[in-house]
Design a protein around this ligand. Structure first.
Ligand code: ATP
Length: 289
């Protein structure tokens, strides 16, 4: 498996810049989270990587090959997204054969086992399934297709809590059996935190985070206490969010706290989880666009 390199991708719709010279790399056999607020450009980016839409500038490379219209490279990528590509009236079993035809070595046995777990018959068509079960059927294809890079755009759309658990379990199972790269774009950040090795955060057209989750969380803090003491302790730090309740101030920072900073007795420092870190970093972003 080769590295996938996204190099200075720019995408504009009219005069609006959706992706602004975005660059990052995906390593073989890792699970990434691609996070961003509504309208941040996640789907646009995944569609560009998989050649469904075209960038105004930049390139996507698999190893040394530009993937643009390159069937051999594109044959390593699979995108599961909301778009149904006119497959509504296709039976699930025909989706399986389609994946076999396009990619070879489809894991029929595991796919049938997953369908049974989701209580879906392979003779059903996507059109007749509920939103959640449609997602479950598409996930069953995505987790059993023979591709090195699998992009899951909103893979939990409509899935109830039990089915989401089943999906996370199946993802880890297939990843354990055959490690390949998964990129999961989702808003259910807390739920996927345990699955992700790396996180990429898109905000207002740019990548603002691209690192192992463990490294990001190691420097993500919530600091609270009497307002004047919090101000004193955080002097010189970049405060991302700040709230006052009565005389207690709570701020978030995502940067290393130097050891020589003395923590006043009444000030408390806690680590943030991934959801809160994301919110702190993207507060004031582009929600609702
Ligand atoms: N075909 C299009 N024409 C014009 N603008 C578009 C088109 N497709 C997407 N956009 C705009 O590009 C921006 C990014 O959209 P995109 O769907 O990539 O965001 P997203 O991060 O996937 O959002 P969400 O989390 O809400 O699904 C949005 O402002 C959207 O309105």
């Amino acid at each position: 498996m080769e590295k996938l390199k996204v190099q200075t991708i720019t995408k504009r719709y009219g005069r609006k810049v959706i992706l602004d010279a975005v660059s990052f790399e995906l390593q073989p056999a890792k699970i990434y989270g691609l996070l961003g607020r509504n309208g941040a450009g996640k789907s646009t980016l995944l569609n560009i990587i998989t050649n469904r839409i075209f960038a105004n500038q930049g390139a996507v490379m698999l190893g040394e090959q530009n993937v643009n219209n390159n069937q051999a490279s594109l044959g390593q990528f699979y995108l599961m997204s909301e778009a149904e590509l006119n497959l509504k009236h296709t039976k699930i079993k025909d989706l399986f054969s389609g994946a076999e035809l396009a990619y070879g070595n489809f894991d029929f046995e595991n796919a049938r086992r997953m369908l049974t777990a989701f209580k879906i018959s392979e003779d059903q068509t996507l059109a007749k399934l509920s939103t959640g079960l449609k997602t479950a059927a598409k996930l069953t294809v995505a987790l059993n297709v023979n591709a090195d890079y699998i992009f899951l755009d909103e893979p939990t759309l409509g899935l109830d809590a039990n089915h989401r658990e089943l999906f996370y379990h199946e993802l880890m199972r297939t990843y354990g059996e055959r490690p390949r790269t998964f990129v999961i774009s989702t808003h259910l950040i807390n739920e996927v935190q345990q699955l992700l090795e790396n996180v990429i955060i898109l905000d207002r057209g740019k990548i603002i985070v691209d690192e192992p989750v463990i490294d990001l969380l190691a420097k993500a803090y919530e600091i609270s206490g009497p307002s004047n003491l919090v101000d004193q302790y955080t002097h010189g730090l970049k405060i991302l969010t700040s709230h006052n309740f009565s005389r207690i101030k709570t701020v978030t920072v995502v940067e290393k706290l130097a050891e020589q900073r003395t923590l006043p007795d009444q000030v408390k420092v806690d680590h943030l989880d991934l959801q809160k870190t994301f919110t702190a970093l993207t507060d004031g972003g582009n929600e609702g666009e």
